[in-house]
Design a protein around this ligand. Sequence first.
Ligand code: NAP
Length: 404
Amino acid sequence: MAIFLTGATGYIGSYLATGFAARHGESLNLLVRAKDAGEAERRLWQALQLHLDFPAFREILGTRIRIFRGDLTAPNFGLDASEYHALAASTDSVLHAAASLNRKSEKSCLNVNLRGTLEVVQLARRANEAQGLRRFSQISTVAVAGHRKNEVVGEDQAIEWDRSDYDPYARTKKFCEHMVRELLPNVPRTVFRPSIVLGDTRRPETTQFDMVRAFVFLAGLPVLPLRPTDQIDIVPVDYVADAVIALHRKVQPEHEIYHLSSGRRSETFREVTDTLASARGKMKPLFWPGLEAPFRSTVTLLSRRRDSVGFAASLLKVFFPYLVWNTVFDNTRVVGELGCAPAPFSTYAFPLLRFARENKFRYPYRNWPEEVSATAPAETWEPVATTSQAGGRGAQLRTGGSRP
Ligand SMILES: NC(=O)c1ccc[n+]([C@@H]2O[C@H](COP(=O)([O-])OP(=O)(O)OC[C@H]3O[C@@H](n4cnc5c(N)ncnc54)[C@H](OP(=O)(O)O)[C@@H]3O)[C@@H](O)[C@H]2O)c1
């Protein structure tokens, strides 16, 4: 029996797949988008190489991972009847981490988040009827709390249906939580709501650069249109992954919903920028909150440009509401149950931002060694497209699909 994990090729999903399979020896059924088996393995290697060397990857691929090539937006994930049956029959818990984080696209959020989660729920029901489902966990987001200002939000107060949302991502993730609760009433469920997931306390390397890029942009400004005493709730990815793994494996977690966040101990903008300025040997920025409106207009204008400044501005535009809401998410539940709190962002931010800048916001991916292929001879595998991020032949990268 295995955990059915979606989103393993994503940033957080790669931590979950590696943690479950390599650290805990769990068997995994992974849903991976790819046109053939070779591409699926290569895409998985690309995601997991942040955590594993190639022999270790091959080891878990051969012993603990079964890949189902499918798409959340296709009926039965696009699997044929026998594959779908095999997936349902070998799944005894579900961890749904895949999503579209494209805050600008109603269509993408509707299809991937709503239709996709419904497909995962249908699979869970099949598995539950067949052999019983130990747990259904979903990775949600604190963004389900909608428009907020100057608040500390608890898990049970976050969802209010008459409250507006900042974007389609938040709106669809909110309904996903509701859908799972309504359609799986008899299955033990866990909802994880991370805040802004940024960086790893154990290493500077990351494969996810959107928010980092927005921070680097802000860190380069001499004047910030923010209130210095506002708190920003950032949580490191290793804390999120450790919490999800521990609570998903637990026989009976104490709660149904967990904020994976820094909560009341979230740092202020001044604390973060002071630490970064002294690490870089630069002047501390000035804070001028009155500039928020002109700053937003400038960012909107810049976001129309088709260069790297335009890209950074378009990221900042969608993230900006989450920078100025001065709202944090109570984490008493997870801290109590795990016995530890997340490290403050300023303690690991500088190496992360330096890594991102030095590598031009790209992870230096290693290619798949040419001589090996688990299920297909290397010469029969055809890359669809090779991006500059992949750094050469053999490693296809598809990062754009779910990013703003
Ligand atoms: N990152 C954050 O700051 C943050 C904060 C709060 C909550 N979360 C939640 O954490 C989860 C993971 O986020 P992330 O940052 O790791 O995102 P990510 O890096 O963009 O990964 C998204 C994953 O979803 C998969 N996916 C997207 N569309 C799919 C489809 N149609 N069929 C199958 N798989 C599909 C992607 O597969 P491909 O590789 O094929 O594209 C990828 O594996 C999400 O549920 C998100 O809402 C993230």
